[in-house]
Design a protein around this ligand. Structure first.
Ligand code: UT7
Length: 334
């Protein structure tokens, strides 16, 4: 997307939060016909984190933001806008952004939620940079947070083994350097994919009733095979497209930061781009698919380990329910 504003948006801090409780693959063997070997080889997941039952998504988001603010050394009153990517809001409304704003005491901020499933963080980042690029906002938070354990059907071995709980946050600020920060974005949706990955119950189409509960309509449904096929192509193509469009070669890229849904999708995407796996950010083995949180938790962990440096080119890419998919090219600026 072309930037016609006076500034580029750059990420100036990152942070994340994962719950302490670890759920390993063996846990599922107790009540499902599955095993550690199948889960590891088919998905790349060894374990995932689970938030306490009584705690909501905002609990993790607040902690990820606090981590991010302390890494930048600024106070919450400086924040102008909070954008929350989630498919597991605390409740239908008010928005989780309002709940987070109150919890943090962000008295000078407004905010809203964005629902784009596994592409939620990428779509939210693309939305957030508009406010920075046009000069109206100086400090914008994007937080991706999901408590997937709240909507995982523990009787469905096809899906429940995939998901985990986590949150990751970034801070965006303006820069006059047009050659750094977020350089390009490509976003797509295709509602034809809606039939393969959804949560039917609780909306205006199927308001919550005893029947929607009995029919397990408040859980994730996924036709894994169809989504897998489309995700491999969709994510690989859009990641390659942003490289080509910006004349960036695989050699110049420091990191691919892919949505963490399946290790085989991640590998296929890296192969298509001609990028070796040591330049791919991965944490799926530890956290599973945390939906909106996969990309910011990856960036935060790698940054904390000193692996992300000023001037590094990163490509972020995702594919998820909707379908929604997209890629972002950025040059790390701090
Ligand atoms: O994040 C948003 C986007 N989501 C994705 O990108 C996820 C895309 N899909 C996937 O990652 C994969 O399709 C899954 C990991 C969900 C499934 O892997 P798969 O290799 O596509 O397996 P499959 O669905 O083709 O199933 C193969 C077999 C089936 O058995 P039959 O019908 O061949 O007898 C499944 O019932 O594996 C069976 N199976 C399992 N077996 C043991 C499915 N889940 C399990 C399990 N343990 N947990």
């Amino acid at each position: 997307m072309e930037n016609k504003g006076p500034f580029n948006a750059k990420i100036t801090s990152v942070g994340h939060y994962v719950p302490d409780r670890i759920i390993d693959n063996k846990f599922f063997e107790n009540f499902l016909d599955t095993n550690d070997e199948w889960i590891k080889t088919r998905t790349g997941i060894s374990e995932r984190r689970r938030l306490d039952k009584e705690l909501p998504t905002s609990y993790m988001a607040v902690r990820a933001i606090q981590d991010m603010l302390s890494n930048r050394g600024i106070g919450i009153e400086e924040i102008d806008l909070i954008i929350v990517a989630t498919v597991t809001p605390d409740m239908m409304y008010p928005s989780t952004a309002c709940i987070i704003q109150k919890e943090l005491g962000a008295k000078n901020a407004w905010g809203f939620d964005i629902l784009a499933a596994c592409s939620g963080f990428i779509f939210s980042l693309t939305t957030a940079i508009q406010f920075i690029q046009n000069g109206t906002h100086k400090k914008v938070i994007v937080v991706g947070a999901d408590k997937m354990s709240a909507i995982a059907n523990m009787e469905d071995r096809n899906t429940c083994i995939l998901f985990g709980d986590a949150a990751g946050a970034v801070l965006l600020e303006p820069t006059e350097d047009r050659d750094s920060g977020i350089l390009d974005t490509i976003m797509r949706i295709d509602g034809e994919g809606g039939k393969y990955l959804y949560q039917l119950g609780g909306g205006s189409l199927n308001p919550s009733t005893h029947e929607t509960v009995d029919k397990r309509m408040h859980f994730v449904y996924q036709d894994g095979k169809s989504v897998f096929k489309d995700a491999v192509k969709g994510m690989a193509d859009i990641s390659y497209e942003i490289m080509e469009k910006n004349n960036i070669t695989a050699d110049q890229i420091s990191y691919l930061v892919p949505h963490q849904a399946n290790m085989r999708i991640i590998t296929a995407c890296a192969e298509r781009m001609g990028i070796s796996m040591d330049k791919v950010m991965v944490n799926i083995h530890k956290y599973g698919n945390t939906t909106s949180a996969t990309i910011p938790t990856c960036i935060s962990e790698y940054w904390k380990n000193g692996k992300v440096k000023k001037g590094d080119y990163l490509i972020l890419s995702s594919f998820g329910a909707g379908y929604t998919w997209g890629s972002i090219l950025l040059k790390w600026a701090y």
